[in-house]
Every structure is written in C-alpha cells, then in structure tokens.
Design a protein around this ligand. Structure first.
Ligand code: AMP
Ligand code: TRP
Length: 326
C-alpha cells in the first residue's frame, strides 16, 4: 500500500557519478516499494548554464539508461522528461510572482554556480529553485529524496507552498526531504562535493580502469603523509564510500587497521575498488543491454509523461481557478 507520493529529479549532464548514486538514486530504488514514485530527468534545469545543444538529447537518453540500469522499474515508478509536461513551467510563473528575489539570491547553489559562470548569470539560473518547487508541487508530492546539497531548495519549496496557501487557500502540502546516511560524497580531491562541473567525479558507468585510476589518485586523510603514519577514517572520503560498498566486516577492519597504520591507503583503495566494482559491474552490464533497445526506453518515458500530464493538468487547473486566472 503506497504511503504517499515521492518526487525527485536529476539533471541530464551526461554523467551520473557516485555522489548522485549514493546520495539519491540508491534511495529512489528502495522507495519504489512503498511509495508512489515520480522521477524526472530535468532538462529545463540543465539549460540554466551553458550547454551543448547537440549533446542534450543524448544526455537525456543516457540519464534514462543509467537510472533504469540502477534499478528503477517503469512498472513500479514513473520516469519522464520534464519538458514533456509544460505545466512545470506554467506553475513556475505563478510561483515566480510569489517569490522575493532576495530568497533566490541567498541560495547556496546559485551563489556557487554564479561564481563558476561569472560571464553568464541568467534569469534561468536564479529561477532554478522556483522551477524545482514547481516540479515537486505540481504533483503535490509529500517527500523528496535528495542529497544534502538540495535541502535548501526543499526548504524554499515549503516556503513557496506556504505562501501560495496563505494567499489563495490551502492547496499544496509542505514536502519533506528524505536523506540517506551518506547524503554528501566528496570528490576525488577530498575537499569539494563530488560534481560533474568540478571534474572531481567518478562516473558509475566509467570503464573499470578509469574508475581505478580515479580511486588510486583520490585524496584520503591528508595528515597521513607516510605509510607508517596512523590515519583517521572519520575525515577520509574513501572511508565514507567504503561504508556504502564494503561489508560491515571489511569496513570495521579498515576502520581499525587505518588508525593503527596496519593497512595503507593503496591497499585500502584496492579493497574498495573490488567491492565497488562487484556492485557497479552488474549495473554497467545492464546499461549496455538497455542501450540496445532505445525504443523501449523512449516508450517508457512517453508513458511516464502521459501519466504525469494527467496529474499536472488537474493541479494546474485548480491553481488557475484559485489564482483567478481564466
Ligand atoms: P544533480 O546531478 O545535481 O541533478 O543531482 C541529482 C541528485 O544527486 C540530487 O539529489 C543531489 O542532491 C544528489 N547529489 C549530487 N551530488 C552529490 C554528492 N556529491 N553527494 C551526495 N549527493 C549528491
Ligand atoms: N536541483 C536538483 C539537483 O541539482 C535536481 C532537481 C530538479 C530536483 N527538480 C527537482 C530534485 C525536484 C528534487 C526534486 O540535484
């Protein structure tokens, strides 16, 4: 019996990395069993910074392939592409008219991205979280599984819902985020959040030798300068990843032996690599298989969009009536 409706989204950037997988997608797969889940490939979000026109379509397909390979099942959830349901942008406009600019300028992601793209700070980039609020609320979703970096956007979504409800009458729920125990994975530099744009990522579909090379050169506990120095797993990003992919026994042993310098970083990385590949290789194989039948994927996305259009159309109608439009 479904406990409620879930919504979440991911940008089609051409790569899905360990941060996305551990922070969000693994959870998306689990939640399918107990909730009505709607998962969205957010192409309109992806165009808020400079992008390659010819790559976007391929990236959307690649995102769909990766999500399905990770275990999303179109029989048990709805998967669709954002721009196929125009109500998302229609509701964004209504929400724009309820959103003080100051709220948007304060968003950490906006501040970070406008640093990275100084030449090209668009209205779209500023408005990004309002579109995200519309994504969630157009389905009146109650729960949003995301990584830690998105919590601020979910808080803003609650504020927008509250403002709409106060102004036009009770309409939207105030959605709650669902975080995993490892909701923040750092990059291979060990210092900044793993992300495509910082080029510090390990893609879950990258070839094994590439994954090993990235792991091998990943920053661990920087205070551990020599093999004989004891390390501190509490501040080592790779230990965080161990806890996801390695058995409780392996993790406990590494935790112990790192602190006493019985195990070195290279050996620790080899164990992590083996455990991680045991997990990722079946996903990679499934992705290769899925790529052989693009028509099946397109048809799943089409069905998803049809289902979403029905819900979104009804909610948009209610919004228009309440806001006095038409
Ligand atoms: P994005 O690729 O930015 O669309 O992110 C998709 C999902 O992955 C969101 O729920 C993010 O919060 C999550 N995510 C992205 N990067 C990380 C990271 N480094 N650690 C944990 N979760 C992340
Ligand atoms: N902003 C999210 C990210 O970068 C992606 C996203 C867009 C999203 N719309 C959403 C996540 C709605 C959750 C719900 O990760």
């Amino acid at each position: 019996m479904a406990k409620g409706r879930i919504f979440s989204g991911i940008q089609p950037t051409g790569i899905i990395h360990l941060g996305n997988y551990v922070g969000a997608i693994q959870q998306w797969v689990k939640l399918m069993q107990n909730y009505e889940c709607i998962y969205c490939i957010v192409d309109y979000h992806a165009i808020t910074i400079e992008y390659e026109v010819t790559a976007l379509r391929d990236n959307i397909m690649e995102a769909a392939v990766t999500l399905l390979a990770c275990g999303l099942d179109p029989e048990h959830c709805t998967l669709f592409v954002q721009s196929r349901v125009p109500e998302h942008t229609e509701l964004t406009w209504i929400f724009n008219c309820l959103s003080p600019i100051g709220d948007l300028e304060r968003m950490t992601q906006f501040k970070e991205k406008s640093q990275q793209h100084r030449e090209d700070i668009t209205m779209g980039l500023l408005d990004y979280p309002v579109l995200q609020a519309a994504d969630i609320l157009i389905y009146k979703a109650g729960f949003v599984p995301v990584g830690e970096d998105q919590v601020q956007h979910i808080e803003l979504t609650r504020r927008i819902a509250r403002r709409f409800n106060n102004r036009f009458g009770e309409t939207f729920p105030e959605p709650q985020e669902i975080l995993t125990p490892t909701s923040r994975i750092m990059g291979t530099d060990g210092k900044t959040k793993m992300s495509k744009s910082l080029n510090n990522y390990i893609g879950i579909l990258e070839p094994p030798d590439v994954i090993w090379e990235k792991l091998r050169t990943s920053v661990t506990d920087e205070n551990r300068k020599r093999r004989s120095d004891p390390g501190n797993p509490d501040i080592c990003n790779l230990f965080t990843i161990h806890k996801v992919f390695s058995s409780a026994d392996d993790s406990a042993r590494i935790n112990r032996e790192c602190r006493t310098a019985e195990i070195g970083c290279v050996e620790c990385k080899k164990i992590l690599y083996n455990n991680m590949m045991a997990h990722l290789q079946p996903i990679q194989q499934k992705a290769n298989k899925l790529r052989e039948t693009p028509a099946a994927i397109i048809s799943a996305l089409n069905e998803g969009a049809e289902r979403c259009k029905k819900i979104a159309g009804q909610v948009m109608q209610e919004v228009r009536e309440k806001a006095g439009i038409r």
